[in-house]
Design a protein around this ligand. Structure first.
Ligand SMILES: [Zn+2]
Length: 446
C-alpha cells in the first residue's frame, strides 16, 4: 500500500513545473559543450532527456480510490505511474521509493529484530571531493572491500572482518554538497547481528579482565594494552576500533565510521531504518532549495549525471532476496488513471488503465530492442577512444532505436483499440485521438 493525498501528489507535480522553469532558466545543459560525454557515457542530449523525464514524472498515475482522510481530503493508493526513476533528484520518486521500501522491509525488519540480538546503525564516510561520480565509486569500492573482509571462504567459514558478523544489512547512500562546494557522500547501514560488533577503541574483553584484576584505576600503559587497533591518521598514530581500522584499510583515506547500537523494540528500529530508506539527496526532499533567483541547475546536473548507473541502495545477506522486488510499481487492478493537465496545473481523470494497449508481446519485443540498443551502446563506449565524434554516434543510435520502439507501440495501441471497439475502422479510431490516451509515451530509457 502506498497511499498518498491527491493534493500532495499535485503539489509535487507543481514543484516539478517550477523546477523546470528554474533549470531552463539556468541553461545548465545548454552550457555543456556539444562534444561533452560523461564518464558513464551520457551525452548532452541524454542529460536533457533525463531531465525532461524527471520534470514529467508521474504525469500519468494509475490508482485505486481509498476512503478520504478525517479532513475529507481525497486519498489514493498509487499502483503504477510514469515514474522517472531518478530518486536522487526527484521528490516524487524519492517519496514513492521511501513508502514502497517501508512496506517491503517492514515485516523483514520486525523478524530480524526478533531473531538477532544486536542491531546497529553504521555510517561509513569517505573524504569529501569535487567529483561526485568519482566519490561515489570510491565509497562503493571501499564498502565492497570492507564487506569482503567478512566474506565466506573456501572452507565455509567467514574471514575475520567485522562484516562477517552481519546477518542482514540494509544500506542507503546519502549525498550532499558541503558549504565548501565539495560532495560529501556516506552510506547509512542498518545492521543485524548475533554477535557484538567491535566498534570501541578499547577491547571490551581485555578491559573488563584487567579491571577485574587491577581495579578501576588503570595506568596509561595498561590502557594502551587494551586498545583494539592502531591507525595512522593525518600522519599521527592513534588508537582506533577494529571496525575503524578495517574501514581505514578498505577506504585508504578515511577513519570515519560511526557505529551506533540501536535500543528499543522493532518500532524504534523501524524508525531508525528510515535513515537508510529515505531520500538520498536533499534536492529530492526539500523545496527550500527552490528559492526564487537561486538556481539549482549545477547540483542537479551533477546528481543526474553521477547517479546514472550507480546504485544508491543495497539489501545484503538475509535481506538480499527482497532486493529483487519492484520498488516502484505495485501489483493489482486499478480503478482509474490520472493524467496531468498542464494548462490547469491539476490532474484529470481517465476511465482507462495506464497500460492500455501494452500487450505482453509488444512489451517483450520493445524490451528486446532496448537490449540490443544497450549492447551496441556499450560496445561503442568500450572503444570510446577509437570512435570519432562518439557523442553524435551515440545520439543517432538512440534516435534510431527510439523511433523503432515508438512505431512498435503506435501499432500495438492501434490494434488494442480495434480489439476494443470491434467494428470501427482504423480511420475512425484515429479520429478518436489515440494520442490523447494516457499511455506512457516514452518507454525508452534515456
Ligand atoms: Zn520521478
Amino acid at each position: 500500500m502506498s497511499r498518498i493525498l491527491l493534493s500532495r501528489l499535485e503539489s509535487q507535480r507543481r514543484y516539478k513545473e517550477a523546477l523546470r522553469t528554474n533549470v531552463d532558466g539556468s541553461r545548465v545543459v545548454e552550457s555543456l559543450p556539444e562534444s561533452w560525454l560523461s564518464d558513464r557515457g551520457l551525452t548532452r542530449s541524454d542529460v536533457r532527456d533525463r531531465l525532461e523525464k524527471m520534470f514529467g514524472c508521474a504525469e500519468t498515475v494509475e490508482y485505486r480510490q481509498c476512503d478520504p482522510n478525517p479532513e475529507g481530503e481525497i486519498v489514493i493508493d498509487v499502483l503504477r505511474a510514469s515514474w522517472c526513476k531518478l530518486p536522487a533528484v526527484c521528490p516524487v520518486c524519492s517519496s514513492r521509493l521511501q513508502a514502497r521500501r517501508r512496506g517491503i522491509y517492514k515485516d523483514p525488519i520486525r523478524e530480524a529484530v526478533a531473531r538477532h540480538r544486536y542491531r546497529y546503525m553504521v555510517t561509513f564516510t569517505v573524504k569529501d571531493g569535487p567529483d561526485l561520480g568519482e566519490r561515489l565509486d570510491h565509497l562503493r569500492a571501499s564498502f565492497r572491500s570492507w564487506y569482503r573482509m567478512g566474506q565466506r571462504r573456501k572452507d565455509g567459514k567467514r574471514s575475520g572482518g567485522e562484516a562477517a558478523k552481519c546477518a542482514g544489512m540494509l544500506c542507503g547512500v546519502e549525498l550532499k554538497k558541503t558549504d565548501a562546494g565539495l560532495w560529501h557522500v556516506h552510506i547509512h547501514a542498518l545492521v543485524f547481528s548475533d554477535e557484538r560488533l567491535n566498534y570501541q577503541v578499547y577491547d571490551r574483553e581485555r578491559l573488563r579482565h584487567l579491571r577485574r584484576v587491577r581495579g578501576r584505576d588503570l595506568t596509561a600503559e595498561e590502557l594502551r594494552g587494551c586498545v583494539s587497533a592502531w591507525g595512522v591518521v593525518n600522519g599521527v598514530t592513534v588508537p582506533i576500533s577494529k571496525v575503524t581500522s578495517e574501514w581505514l584499510a578498505a577506504s585508504g583515506d578515511s577513519v570515519n565510521v560511526d557505529c551506533r547500537p540501536l535500543r528499543g523494540g522493532w518500532l524504534d528500529v523501524q524508525n531508525s531504518a528510515l535513515e537508510v530508506l529515505k531520500y538520498s539527496s536533499k534536492l529530492a526532499s526539500a523545496r527550500a532549495d527552490l528559492v526564487p533567483g537561486k538556481m539549482v541547475g549545477r547540483d542537479l546536473l551533477d546528481l543526474v549525471v553521477s547517479t546514472y548507473g550507480r546504485r544508491l541502495f543495497m539489501a545484503l545477506r538475509s535481506f538480499r532476496s527482497l532486493a529483487r522486488l519492484n520498488e516502484f510499481d505495485a501489483p493489482g487492478e486499478s480503478d482509474d488513471t490520472l493524467a496531468w493537465d498542464h494548462s490547469a496545473s491539476e490532474y484529470r481523470s481517465f476511465r482507462a488503465p495506464l497500460r492500455f494497449g501494452m500487450r505482453v508481446d509488444t512489451l517483450s519485443e520493445s524490451g528486446k530492442l532496448v537490449g540490443v540498443w544497450r549492447r551496441e551502446r556499450r560496445a561503442l563506449l568500450d572503444r570510446r577512444s577509437q570512435v570519432a565524434d562518439l557523442p553524435a554516434v551515440l545520439d543517432s543510435l538512440k534516435v534510431h532505436y527510439r523511433d523503432r520502439i515508438a512505431a512498435l507501440w503506435r501499432s500495438s495501441r492501434l490494434a488494442a483499440f480495434v480489439d476494443r471497439h470491434a467494428g470501427g475502422t482504423v480511420a475512425d479510431i484515429e479520429n478518436r485521438r489515440i494520442a490523447a490516451m494516457p499511455v506512457q509515451e516514452s518507454l525508452f530509457p534515456a
